[in-house]
Design a protein around this ligand. Structure first.
Ligand code: ZN
Length: 268
């Protein structure tokens, strides 16, 4: 476990400057990609989907960085799993961006439309409040504003027509699926092999046959989880740069972070 500290006179790594520097580096890297990748207005939806995915990875990395209390096995994997999801999406979308980004948008709009219908069904025959009317109209306007008619098919399947595992296989990132997405899914979905490990402690009384007691304890933050988020952001940049043939110079936020952590004198 990597020790952390919020104060200079304590042992461990001083967090505030580490986090601020890291987030500034992520912003710099993100802006550099946008500068080097101007929108193609003939296929603007590609810029929106791919750019949106890139922005999401940057935001999740920074959000996790700014929340040391979430750097625990209980909470960090929820955000890290979302980052793994976005990484697999991005990698797969980049293999055929024009067609796949279109499908991605259609699926999302179908889901938004379905959500709207569920809201209407919930209101039923009663008179909706002015707030409800405003909310329903705003959502409908948002869906209709996406350059697509109101006759949008609601797609209830997966947007890619294949499983996340197959997407990862096709995109050459099955390791990401096996070693990140799947294990962190146990935490995100509160599965037994996560809960048994993190939310139960074995009772010390032999008369109780070592049953496990539920426990809700505050875990100390572990920098390791920040380094994982930083690594996924770095992999996202690598995949994006390769896809668009970009060669952007400048220090890497990931390497700078690792250097800052390892350069800092560690207590025994
Ligand atoms: Zn007991």
């Amino acid at each position: 476990m990597m020790r952390v500290s919020n104060r200079e006179d304590e042992e461990g790594i001083e967090l505030r400057p580490l986090i601020e520097n890291y987030c500034a580096d992520v912003d710099r890297e993100f802006t550099a990609r946008l500068d080097a990748w101007p929108p193609d207005f003939a296929q603007i939806h590609v810029h929106e989907v791919i750019g949106g995915m890139l922005a999401r990875e940057a935001t999740l990395a920074k959000d996790l960085a700014r929340a040391p209390m979430l750097w625990t096995g209980h909470s960090a994997p929820i955000l890290l799993r979302a980052m793994a999801d976005a990484y697999i999406n991005l990698t797969w979308l980049l293999l055929d961006p024009v067609e796949r980004c279109r499908k991605f948008i259609f699926f999302g709009l179908g889901q938004a439309k379905l959500e709207l219908e569920h809201r209407r069904a919930q209101i039923g025959t009663r008179e909706p409040t002015p707030q409800e009317v405003a909310m329903l109209e705003a959502r409908e306007r948002w869906i209709d504003s996406q350059r697509i008619s109101g006759l949008l098919d609601v797609d209830l399947g997966k947007w890619s027509s294949i499983s996340v595992r197959q997407m990862a296989e096709e995109a050459g990132c099955i390791d990401f699926y096996n070693y990140i997405y799947t294990p962190f899914s146990a935490c995100a979905h509160s599965m037994w092999h996560h809960v048994a490990h993190y939310d139960l402690r074995e009772c010390g009384n032999p008369l109780h046959r070592y049953h496990r007691r539920p426990t809700s304890e505050t875990s100390a933050p572990d920098l390791y989880y920040l380094t994982l988020a930083a690594k996924y952001w770095s992999k996202t940049l690598g995949t994006f740069d390769r896809a668009y043939g970009l060669a952007i110079s400048g220090p890497s936020s990931y390497e700078t972070l690792i250097d800052a952590i390892t350069d800092d004198p560690q207590p025994d």
